[in-house]
Design a protein around this ligand. Structure first.
Ligand code: PPE
Length: 402
């Protein structure tokens, strides 16, 4: 009897499995709207110019391949915190933010989950939005936290269910952890307004909930890294202690380089040092220390004003192309094809994704009949659309909903 005879076949990943199905489809009309990865107007992955320039400098510097410290490249973690919290954030000026480099956003969330499971002194339950990024659930469960949900999306208005969100979080046990998407909510593309964020900050404080921000798209939502960090900076300015996971996969196009950071705001420098020591104790047995190259790229960009400027321009360019695709798709569905249903949400949603409202059956038909691939919750990665395929996409959606 084989050692592994009891191992069951597991299901394909709901997001990454879509790319596998797309690759297996050889029809020239195929479109991949599954994975949230930017594609340019020619449907090609995009390596930013700022990244290419940073890599030229790095190779010219002839760096060695020595281990990084457990918490990663010091310049990178400090610059990542500055990007997120802002140059004038109080805890940053008090040297009270504990930061570690991570294996991109997923790794940051995982370190955060493990740290909270081990050290968080209150309820080890994390409330995540319904719906949320699929990987949040197994990731936090595997970290040892109990996962519960708070209402987030209103199918009727295809918008934020703010009243439901508020009620669920106000009914959560005091001291519960609450996961908040800082901007560009995945999969709905629906974000709270700045005044709603202020409300949320108030009742999160009232109920003594612990905010864990997932900021995987800073700069990618509105095109401004400052604007997209509003919620994080507002909460910190209101005195909340937060956890934050950052990803540079999308806004720097460093997907496969796995560049991210996890941070915790603390009371002061002495406490930050204690927290930092415990972050190291979590990371060391997990993967010991993080990869070099991506952190050097990100740090080269973040620490050089000229490259930083160029990078911000490119992030805005990516965000603008997506916003342009939203506008175009809306016009096609509502004006050209007069597709049944209300489609303004395609325009009003923000970030990488549009939550189309297509049901599972329609998603399956689009894959099988039109060779168009999206996740089964009706989410499409807008960056997969471009001038050459957007009409075909709109026409196929029109046929699928009629
Ligand atoms: C909200 C969120 N948080 C964290 C991550 C982690 O990304 P990374 O930095 O690469 O570890 C992603 C990526 N999610 C998109 C990319 C593919 C994936 O699922 O992973 C997606 O939802 O398509 C998110 O959408």
């Amino acid at each position: 009897l084989s050692t592994w005879s009891a191992v069951p076949a597991g299901p394909p990943d709901p997001i990454l499995g879509i790319t596998e199905a797309f690759k297996a489809d050889k029809d020239p009309r195929r479109i991949n709207l599954g994975v949230g990865a930017y594609r340019d107007e020619d449907g090609k992955p995009y390596v930013l110019n700022a990244v290419k320039k940073a890599e030229e400098r790095i190779s010219a510097a002839k760096l060695d391949k020595e281990y990084l410290p457990i918490t990663g490249l010091p310049g990178f973690t400090s610059n990542a915190a500055k990007l997120a919290y802002g140059a004038d954030s109080v805890p940053r000026n008090q040297n009270a933010i504990a930061v570690t480099q991570s294996i991109s956003g997923t790794g940051a969330l995982r370190i955060g989950g493990a740290f909270l499971a081990r050290h968080y002194p209150h309820s080890k339950t994390i409330y995540v939005p319904s719906p949320t990024w699929g990987n949040h659930i197994p990731l936090f469960k595997d970290s040892g936290l109990e996962v519960k949900y708070y209402r987030y999306f209103d199918k009727k208005t295809v918008g934020l269910d703010f009243e439901g969100l508020k009620e669920d979080l106000q009914n959560a046990p005091e001291g519960s952890i609450v996961l908040l998407h800082a901007c560009a909510h995945n999969p709905t593309g629906v974000d709270p307004t700045q005044s709603q964020w202020k409300d949320i900050s108030d009742f999160v404080a009232e109920k003594k909930l612990f905010p864990f921000f997932d900021m995987a798209y800073q700069g990618f939502a509105s095109g401004s890294t400052d604007r997209d960090a509003f919620a994080v900076r507002y909460f910190v300015s209101q005195g909340h202690q937060i956890a934050l996971s950052q990803s540079f996969a999308k806004n720097m196009g460093l997907y496969g380089e796995r560049v991210g950071a996890f941070s915790l705001t603390t009371a002061n420098e002495e406490e930050r040092k204690r927290v930092d020591s415990q972050l190291k104790i979590i990371v060391r047995p997990m993967y010991s220390n993080p990869p070099l190259h991506g952190a050097h790229i990100a740090n080269t960009i973040l620490s050089d004003p000229e490259l930083y400027q160029e990078w911000e321009g490119e992030v805005k360019g990516m965000a603008d192309r997506i916003i342009n695709m939203r506008e175009r798709l809306y016009q096609l569905l509502s004006n050209d094809f007069r597709t049944p249903g209300e489609w303004s949400h395609v325009k009003s949603q923000i970030g990488m994704f549009s939550f189309t409202g297509l049901n599972k059956e329609q998603c399956k038909v689009l894959a099988e009949k039109a060779h168009i691939y999206m996740t089964m919750d009706g989410r499409i990665s807008m960056a997969g659309l471009n001038g050459r395929n957007i009409e075909y996409f709109a026409k196929s959606v029109d046929a699928a909903v009629r």
